[in-house]
Design a binder for this molecule. Structure first.
Ligand code: CAA
Length: 379
C-alpha cells in the first residue's frame, strides 16, 4: 500500500496550482459576474497540456495517468470551476470517448486538435425530457445512404457555443429502446445545426451552457462512433470516467473554500483573538478538513482503479456522490466562517458555494449515483 504521489504527479499539481493562481484568479470574479467564458485562459490551458492530459502522445496528448488529471482538476477548480468544467468535459468525456471508441480516421481528424486544446468539444446526451432518464432519447438519426439525418434538441450542453466538435447521442432504432441508440460526431457550422440560447445560471457562470437544435443535419456514416446501437453504452462508459473529473472538481471547490476559510480565520479577530482560536470555528475547520480528506481518498482511489485497468464505475459514482456533498457542505461553512464578508463577491467563497451546487447535478445527479452504487451492491 502506497499513498505517495510520484514526482510527476507533484510536478503536474504544482504547475496547475501556479497556473490557477497567476492566470485564473485575476478576473475570475468579473467573469462570474458577467457570465464570460474564459477564452484566453482555456487557450493557455491547451498550450500547457491540460486539455488532453490522458490522451496518448501519438494523438498529441499528454500521456498522463488519471491521478495526474485529478490533481490538476483539483487545483484549477479551487480557483475557477467554470474553466475546470470545460477542462473536464474535453478531457474525460470528449477525448477519452474518442480515443477509446473512435476510428483511426476520427482520431486523426478530431482527437488530435482536441487533445492540444486547439479546438474544444462538447458531449450532448441531455435533452429537455431526458436528463436523468437518459434512455428516453428523442433526438433521432435516420440513415439515408451514406449519411444520417439528425433531428432533435439537446439541453444544458457545456462548451455549447465554444466547442467545434460535438459528440451527439441519438436514437437510430426506436423499436430497440436503449439498444437502438447511437453516437455521432457533429461539427459546428453544419447546415441545420443551430446553437440555442445561453443559460443564465446560479453558478459556473463563466462556462457556456447552451441548448442545441438539429434540423435535418446530414452526418456522414463515418462520423458514427462504433457500431449502430452502441451509443448508450458509449455514453454510460464515458460518463463513468467523466464522474471522476467532476468528483475532482467538487474536491477542488471544497478545498479552495476551506483554504480561504482557514486563512481568514487566522486573520480575523473577534472577542480579542483570531477567530481560529475560538472552538466554534476550530470545530468547523476540523469537520471541513476531515470531510475533504475522505473525499480526496475516494476520488484518488477511483482514478487509481481506472489507471490499473480495474472496474471504476461504482468507485467513480461513490466519489462523485460524496465529494459533491462535501463541496456543498464545506462551501456553506466557509461562507459562515467569513460571516458578512463571506456573503460578498470579493472574498470568493460565495462563488464557490454557488459553483458547488452543480456538482450534485451534472454528469448524473446524486440520486443517479445512488442508483449506480446500489445496483453495484445488489448485483
Ligand atoms: N456503466 C456502464 N453501463 C451502464 C451503466 C454504467 N454506469 N449504467 C447503465 N449501464 C448500461 C446497463 O448495463 C444497460 O445495458 P444492457 O441493457 O446492455 O444490460 C443499459 O446501460 C441500460 O441501463 P438500465 O437498464 O439500468 O437503464 P435505466 O434506464 O434503468 O438506468 C441510468 C440508466 C443509469 C439511470 C442512466 O440513464 C444514467 O446514468 N442517467 C444519468 C445520465 C447522466 O449522467 N447525464 C449526465 C449528462 S452529461 C453532462 O452532464 C455533461 C456535461 O456537460 C457536464
Amino acid at each position: 500500500m502506497n499513498f505517495d504521489y510520484t514526482e510527476e504527479h507533484l510536478a503536474v499539481r504544482d504547475a496547475a496550482r501556479e497556473f490557477a493562481q497567476t492566470e485564473l484568479l485575476p478576473g475570475v470574479i468579473d467573469r462570474d459576474t458577467e457570465a464570460k467564458f474564459p477564452h484566453e485562459q482555456i487557450k493557455k490551458m491547451g498550450e500547457l497540456g491540460f486539455m488532453g492530459m490522458m490522451v496518448d502522445p501519438k494523438y498529441n496528448g499528454g500521456g498522463m495517468d488519471t491521478v495526474s488529471y485529478v490533481l490538476a482538476m483539483e487545483e484549477i477548480s479551487k480557483i475557477d470551476a467554470s474553466a475546470s468544467v470545460s477542462m473536464s468535459v474535453n478531457n474525460s468525456l470528449v477525448c477519452w470517448g474518442l480515443e477509446k471508441y473512435g476510428s483511426e480516421a476520427q482520431k486523426e481528424k478530431y482527437l488530435k486538435p482536441l487533445a492540444t486544446g486547439e479546438i474544444i468539444g462538447a458531449f450532448c446526451l441531455s435533452e429537455p425530457e431526458a436528463g436523468s432518464d437518459a434512455t428516453s432519447q428523442k433526438t433521432e438519426a435516420v440513415k439515408d445512404g451514406d449519411h444520417y439525418i439528425l433531428n432533435g434538441t439537446k439541453n444544458w450542453i457545456t462548451n455549447g457555443s465554444t466547442a467545434s466538435v460535438y459528440l451527439v447521442i441519438a436514437q437510430t432504432d426506436p423499436a430497440k429502446g436503449h439498444k437502438g441508440i447511437s453516437a455521432f460526431i457533429v461539427e459546428k457550422g453544419w447546415d441545420g445545426f443551430v446553437i440555442g440560447k445561453k443559460e443564465d445560471k446560479l453558478g459556473i457562470r463563466g462556462s457556456d451552457t447552451h441548448s442545441l437544435m438539429f434540423t435535418d443535419v446530414r452526418v456522414p456514416v463515418e462520423n458514427r462512433i462504433g457500431e449502430e446501437g452502441f451509443g448508450f453504452t458509449f455514453a454510460m462508459e464515458t460518463l463513468n470516467g467523466g464522474r471522476i473529473g467532476i468528483a475532482a472538481q467538487a474536491l477542488g471547490i471544497a478545498s479552495g473554500a476551506y483554504e480561504l476559510a482557514l486563512a481568514y480565520s487566522k486573520e480575523r479577530k473577534a472577542f480579542g483573538k483570531p477567530i481560529s482560536q475560538h472552538q466554534a470555528i476550530q470545530f468547523k475547520l476540523a469537520d471541513m478538513a476531515t470531510n475533504i480528506e475522505a473525499a480526496r481518498l475516494l476520488v484518488i482511489k477511483s482514478a487509481w482503479l481506472k489507471d490499473q485497468g480495474q472496474d471504476y464505475a461504482h468507485a467513480s459514482a461513490m466519489a462523485k456522490l460524496y465529494a459533491s456533498q462535501v463541496a456543498m457542505n464545506v462551501t456553506v461553512e466557509a461562507v459562515q466562517v467569513h460571516g458578512g464578508y463571506g456573503y460578498v463577491k470579493e472574498y470568493h467563497v460565495e462563488r464557490l458555494m454557488r459553483d458547488a451546487k452543480i456538482t450534485q447535478i451534472y454528469e448524473g445527479t446524486s440520486e443517479i449515483q445512488k442508483i449506480v452504487i446500489s445496483r453495484g451492491i445488489l448485483r
